[in-house]
Ligand binder design. Structure first.
Ligand code: AMP
Length: 280
């Protein structure tokens, strides 16, 4: 596995790979890798000649009061994990090479970016779209891999690739969870022991809604009431949102008559966790 920090060097390597007719599968991350990330790498390994992963804690997607500075970083441990999962190229660009002096260009998917997490994280998806487009331009993948954990992010990035005529196959893989059901996240490390225990309520409430859905409940309000009742009981948490939305526009629905996204965001202390399930 090669570790590349220089954009120009990455471009040269990519050019060589493309000239030899090989495909690149790409997994963009912010590092502090866990099994959720590694599942994406494993999938990319199976479907492509070469696998590139990036580690870049993207300042443009953090709000001024958010955790950019303290976001966990451990490139050494990440390199070992990435290598054993099958990464060929680990791209870790420097901030100044991505956002140079005078940087002024941003990508925005209108509408979608303002729903769900966009309401409490204004500008977040503009930062995500901008960096992912830049990484796509450098890495030039045939396929790119994302997790359903960030379902809104995937829907927005898929919209972006479609709207900007990018010839990249966008692949979304299931949420990888801890043994007790908590969705794996680099941010779980922030949780105190008690918060960590209580955070399983996210997955539990989604499971309860899913069971009701499977038993025939199609009324969004009824499903949300069950979820909210469970979440609001947890004193250690503060609910940001629980919403049932359609998968195209991410707008609230009242009745489920096609696949829908039940998405949650909840604070435990300073830590904001998200989770979701697709009801179909
Ligand atoms: P991040 O490093 O948090 O920006 O995540 C990088 C990629 O890994 C994104 O596509 C995430 O959706 C995905 N990812 C993060 N956590 C999980 C998880 N628990 N299961 C599956 N994919 C995940």
């Amino acid at each position: 596995m090669q570790i590349i920090t220089d954009v120009k060097e990455m471009r040269e390597i990519v050019e060589g790979i493309k000239q030899s007719g090989q495909s690149i599968g790409f997994v963009p991350t912010m590092g502090y890798l866990h099994f959720g990330h590694l599942a994406l790498i494993t999938a990319a390994r199976k479907q492509n000649n070469m696998v590139a992963a990036s580690i870049f804690v993207n300042p443009a997607q953090f709000g001024p009061e958010e955790d950019f500075e303290r976001y966990p970083r451990d490139v050494e441990a990440d390199s070992i994990k990435a290598k054993s999962a099958g990464v060929d190229l680990l791209f870790c660009p420097k901030i100044e090479d991505i956002y140079g002096a005078g940087y002024a260009t941003y990508v925005e998917t209108e509408g979608l970016s303002e729903q769900l997490c966009g309401k409490s994280r204004p500008g977040h998806f503009r930062g995500v779209c901008t960096v992912v487009l830049k990484l796509f331009n450098i890495v030039q993948p045939k396929r790119a891999y994302f997790g359903q954990k960030d379902a809104q992010q995937f829907i927005i990035l898929k919209r972006m690739t479609l709207d900007l005529n990018l010839d990249i196959e966008m692949i979304c893989l299931p949420i990888v969870r801890e043994a007790d059901g908590l969705a794996m996240s680099s941010r779980n490390i922030y949780l105190t022991e008690q918060e960590r225990r209580k955070a399983t309520v996210l997955n539990c409430s989604l499971n309860e809604a899913k069971q009701l859905y499977d038993a025939g409940e199609r009324n969004a309000q009824a499903l949300l009431e069950v979820v909210e009742k469970k979440l609001l009981k947890v004193k250690e948490g503060r609910l940001d949102y629980a919403e049932l939305v359609d998968l195209t526009h991410l707008l609230p629905i009242t009745k489920i008559d096609k696949p829908a996204l039940l998405a949650l965001a909840m604070y435990f202390g300073q830590t904001r966790l998200i989770d979701n399930v697709i009801l179909q």
